[in-house]
Design a protein around this ligand. Structure first.
Ligand SMILES: CC(C)(COP(=O)(O)OP(=O)(O)OC[C@H]1O[C@@H](n2cnc3c(N)ncnc32)[C@H](O)[C@@H]1OP(=O)(O)O)[C@@H](O)C(=O)NCCC(=O)NCCS
Length: 225
């Protein structure tokens, strides 16, 4: 059973480990390094070819800056004092990203930064619609997978997006990411568009990506049903 402990935090007993609780909460400034390391490792196919071997440090430098000023869209799952999952939810109301290139270049240099930003633009979603909440990142630590962590975290993103007045969640997933595609199908996402790419295949090793969408049900609709 998932318990909502207050407006922002969700606690869920960890399946099979009843004494350890997993807490879902907005990320804080102190989480920056853990989130950067987790994203670099879990999303290695995206960040290693673009940001290089210093991907974790580069991501940490960017995320630290973003976490300085809430609301920043980062959510984490914490268990036993460690960050075991992270996600980012973006909306049309978010402040534009300022200083991203500079933060990256401080760690990986300008040449690599220019390469990374142009390669990562292949994966970009484009401007967000007013009714849309977009999941740009989702990662669970390898040792914590298949325990319902992503499903619980995504459930909290549903709640948060609905509270913001959004009616749909969107995300891109690469064709060959079978675990993530199974997760999204399980959670009720359906395919809206497909992208195939030649450059993306060379950089990210995947033939393309799918745009997935899930309609959100406002609590008023649930009680009417
Ligand atoms: C994809 C990912 C986020 C799933 O996280 P997770 O915490 O292991 O997922 P959950 O335990 O919540 O899984 C919920 C359901 O999704 C499906 N699923 C998740 N991982 C799966 C896998 N490896 N194979 C098949 N189905 C899977 C199952 O239906 C699962 O339910 P079940 O365990 O009862 O069968 C995780 O594997 C990950 O971080 N991968 C690397 C980063 C990544 O690819 N992020 C997504 C980018 S779009």
């Amino acid at each position: 059973m998932t318990r909502i402990s207050d407006e922002h935090n969700v606690s869920a007993p960890t399946p099979g480990r009843q004494s350890i609780t997993t807490v879902i909460r907005p990320a804080t400034y102190a989480d920056a390094e853990a989130v950067g390391v987790l994203l670099a490792s879990a999303l290695e196919a995206k960040y290693r070819p673009t940001l290089g071997r210093r991907a974790a440090a580069a991501l940490t430098n960017v995320i630290r800056d973003e976490l300085r000023t809430p609301p920043h869209g980062y959510w984490v799952a914490e268990r036993g004092g460690s960050i075991i999952a992270a996600a980012h939810l973006a909306t049309a109301e978010d402040a534009p990203a300022v200083g991203l290139a500079q933060r990256l270049s401080q760690i990986i240099g300008w040449t690599r930064t220019i390469w990374a930003l142009s390669a990562l633009s292949i994966l970009a979603h484009g401007p967000l619609e007013d009714d849309e909440a977009y999941i740009g990142e989702l990662a669970v630590a390898a040792h914590a997978r298949r325990q319902g962590v992503a499903a619980t975290l995504m459930g909290q993103l549903d709640v948060h997006a609905t509270a913001l007045g959004k009616t749909r969640l969107t995300l891109w997933v690469t064709h060959d990411n079978a675990p993530a595609r199974a997760l999204y199908a399980d959670l009720g996402f359906s395919e809206r568009a497909r992208r195939t790419w030649r450059v993306g295949r060379l950089v990210f090793g995947s033939p393309g990506a799918l745009l997935m969408e899930k309609r959100l049900i406002a609590s008023a609709e649930v009680s009417d049903a």
